[in-house]
Design a protein around this ligand. Structure first.
Ligand code: AMP
Ligand code: FE
Ligand code: FE
Ligand code: ZN
Length: 286
């Protein structure tokens, strides 16, 4: 059974609609796929309605979070995958709404700053491109590519949209320990996404992962395209020490990234542990 537990649709910053994404998953021979758009569950109903027979769909999300080091040093951006939570849980729903609002204001500031310096992007164009979905830097990156200002989405992220760029604006993401509590209280299963991907920037230490486990974290995403072999090995050791299950996933974003769906997979016995812990929603299955 091929199981991929981390994908994005056009409801956030992927390029395929949930229906197209499920068709892609099935064509790639997956038996299980999780839909984990950033900070929204808007794709869940679309995925449930479009699910092809034989494919199990796990409703999920990727929550934008920050780890605040106890020594008061700068917070570290972390992503928390959440599966099988109750989408109607009021506390968690309110926090998602706050994050989406935060994303909108922040993207507008990035775009206005770029445009003021003559870079070919406009806010109405970005709003149109997001098509009602959750906005992210990939939308701005694509607009810069289409206007010929950069050669690729990757180049946009390496230059104008990099977190060290003068145009970069941070978001007020959720404290990850609070995020873990919100997910658990909604009956969901929290998994630390691409936790040691130094390729993406600063990462947290073992102390943070231990604190997250203490707060109710249940799994670690070990096999991810952005993890080197040594980073995977370190996470495997932590999962054993902290009694967390391990996942492997592609973090598919359609044409916004090079990675193919199913490029990394989760072992069936690890998936069983995830399923057993989720009580807020059920997978969509035959
Ligand atoms: P944001 O959430 O707006 O801060 O943007 C970060 C998103 O951009 C994440 O979902 C990443 O998956 C995506 N991303 C980061 N770096 C790249 C890259 N080089 N190419 C494409 N997407 C990227
Ligand atoms: Fe993304
Ligand atoms: Fe992520
Ligand atoms: Zn992701």
């Amino acid at each position: 059974m091929r199981i991929d537990l981390h994908t994005h649709s056009s409801v956030s910053d992927g390029t395929e609609s949930p229906a197209q994404l499920l068709a892609t998953a099935q064509a790639a021979g997956l038996g299980v796929v999780a839909l984990t758009d950033h900070d929204t569950t808007a794709g869940w109903a679309l995925a449930e309605a479009a699910r092809p027979a034989g494919l199990t769909v796990v409703p999920g999300m990727e929550l934008s979070c920050r780890w605040f080091p106890p020594d008061g040093t700068r917070p570290v951006s972390v992503h928390l995958l959440a599966y099988l939570f109750d989408p109607a849980d009021p506390g968690f729903a309110a926090e998602r709404l706050r994050l989406r609002d935060e994303r909108l204001g922040r993207a507008e500031r990035i775009v206005h700053a770029l445009a003021a310096d003559g870079h070919p992007v406009s806010w109405p164009e970005i709003l149109q491109a997001r098509n009602g979905g959750v906005v992210g830097r990939p939308h701005v990156a694509r607009a810069l590519v289409e206007a010929g200002a950069v050669e690729s989405v990757d180049q946009a992220f390496a230059t104008l949209l990099h977190h060290t760029s003068p145009y970069y604006v941070a978001k007020a993401d959720t404290d990850v320990l609070a995020g873990i509590s919100l997910v658990r209280r909604a009956g969901g299963v929290p998994v630390f996404a691409h936790g040691l991907a130094t390729k993406r920037g600063r990462v947290v230490g073992d102390d943070a992962i231990a604190a997250m486990a203490q707060a109710g974290l249940l799994g670690l995403e070990v096999d991810h395209p952005d993890h080197r072999p040594d980073e995977r090995a370190h996470l495997r050791g932590l999962a054993a020490d902290l009694d967390l299950f391990m996942t492997g996933s592609s973090d598919y974003h359609g044409a916004n990234k090079e990675t193919a769906i199913g490029a990394e997979l989760t072992a069936p016995e690890e998936f069983e542990r995830l399923l057993a812990a989720g009580t807020g929603a059920a997978p969509y299955a035959d």
